[in-house]
Write a new protein. Sequence first.
Length: 667
Amino acid sequence: MTHEIGREADVPPEDRRRVVIENVRQDIDCGRFPAKRSLGESVVVEADIIGDGHESLACDLKFRLDGKARWSTRTMLHTVNDRWRGEFPVKETIAHWFTIEAWADPFATWRADMLKRLAAEQDVSADLLIGARLVERAAQRASGNERTALQAAVRAMRSRAAPQKRAEAAIADGLVALMRKHADRSAATRLEREIQVAVDPAKATFSTWYEMFPRSAAAAGQHGTFKDVEKRLPYVKELGFDVLYLPPVHPIGKTHRKGKNNSIKAERDDVGSPWAIGSREGGHKSIHAQLGTMADFHRLVRRAKAQGIDIALDIAFQCSPDHPYVKKHPQWFRMRPDGSVQYAENPPKKYEDIYPFDFDTEDWQALWEELKSIFLFWIDQGVRIFRVDNPHTKPFRFWEWLISGIKAEHPYVIFLAEAFTRPKVMYHLAKLGFTQSYTYFAWRNSKWEITDYFSELTQSQAAEFFRPNAWPNTPDILTEYLQSGGRPAFMVRLVLAATLTANYGVYGAAFELMENVPREPGSEEYLNSEKYEIKAWDLARSDSLREFVAWVNRIRRENRALQSNFSLRFRGIDNDQLICYSKQTEDGRNVIITIVNLDPRHTQSGWVDLPLAGWGIAEDEAYEVHDLLGGARYRWQGARNYVELNPYILPAHIFRLNRLPRSDAQG
């Protein structure tokens, strides 16, 4: 039995579509989550677009601002293997939406065939009449001057002039543009859904973090204050950091307070862990009395901002046994069979000084609202950046609700997820709205590990929603590489963190003073950890890495190629102890090539292979690589060149590629 097709007007429009749109890069979980960009970036959209037969295809990228009905349009271009590409700018910190529209283009097909016939010197008289009919139909869809221009083209194509003269009018660029604008799109294919792009402030993409315990900011033997942190601001600025991250600044509980080196028995003068939040003096909306007043905190935020530094605050949703919430809202905590509150555990570890919230409580709505109010409170105090402690131990739905609600009112707020957990959980938290995310960078040491991991983060779909923030160390993480590698190891990890990712941070002053002694063999905990005691840091120490850190951060600020992740590509080098990668700006004017010796103990050498053609450099053309770390300039020629790095002098090159004047390049 055959299916009888009625008149064309009776055929549903979707049955006449001849183009398929697939594999849109920004389509995160079938539109469930938005892609991400920051203010000033572009959204580069790629999709597979295919059609039946041999007709040419045309494709438009259409985008609009959230809440606006008007669409703007950009032409998408074919790249390779049915992959199409288009882009649009992000100019406001509100959500953007885009869709793709594609159609079979009979005029483009006709024109391509016409060019072939003309090249073969064939008679094109009949073909010109076919083309004229296509132009005539487009004129009926146009108006004003554009209709007049199309009608003039029809007359030229049907005139009695020589076929060659008539063909010139038919293939003119101006006619091509008008025909595309007034193409018949009645059977065009459009994405079934609009795709959202969440837009964050510029610092979401490029930021440099420095972690400091305020209580260690004073002279030896004293408890630091916010005023002492103020005095430290010029030092932080000198090092080149633009985010100063403070661990919790709230009152610290006394019940089951931890002593030095995480001892379960605290001595009388032990200050406890800042993450054991809450005492009779207050909780998450209060300030530890020894740090100062709320007015002092406000002044610190203002003074930091005046120096180009944002204060980031740690938000840890947990309570000491002394927190006011424990007495006022006992239903927010899980009870043990003996009637006591369940403390935090990560077997075999026990954290008797911390009570986690019970998100399964029947009073969950009140709990959620209260926790959201903590963020809103600190936003009112001028905080715009939050590092969120262990978000993977709280419900996913909670974070999606909280972050979307806050961003609706405060789109400039940045959330960093401190979630060292399974990869898919980390990705899901990013999809839910976390602006930046900690990574496994600290434990990726070999060339293979680094290449594989950062290729995934920057070249797969993960790059559309997961913004990595690389940290060589944290108060909880002192890796074996840093423990055993000496000064070169700290330099290696700094260069890698600062050039692989546009967002990175260090736990200072432990980093620039190269703190590397573990609590015990096989541990990643620091001996005499600052988490449990006040430290006296000698920042003026002659062996400090402060100048090296400042220089690396200056290189980051002065080279836009290092301020995003999308262009990261790993390059060949014939020594597994050497790693090479490049970044570049979209216009290709700033190309940075980083080469790092991963061996902190021995000099390593090798031959690096560079993609000169992609940078517009001929194989026989000389060019300059300027080592921004050491200052040397090298004249290279050809794709393959020799490098040698002594880790005790400088374990890395950060080369800026410079084109030479034509006479020098040829000479």
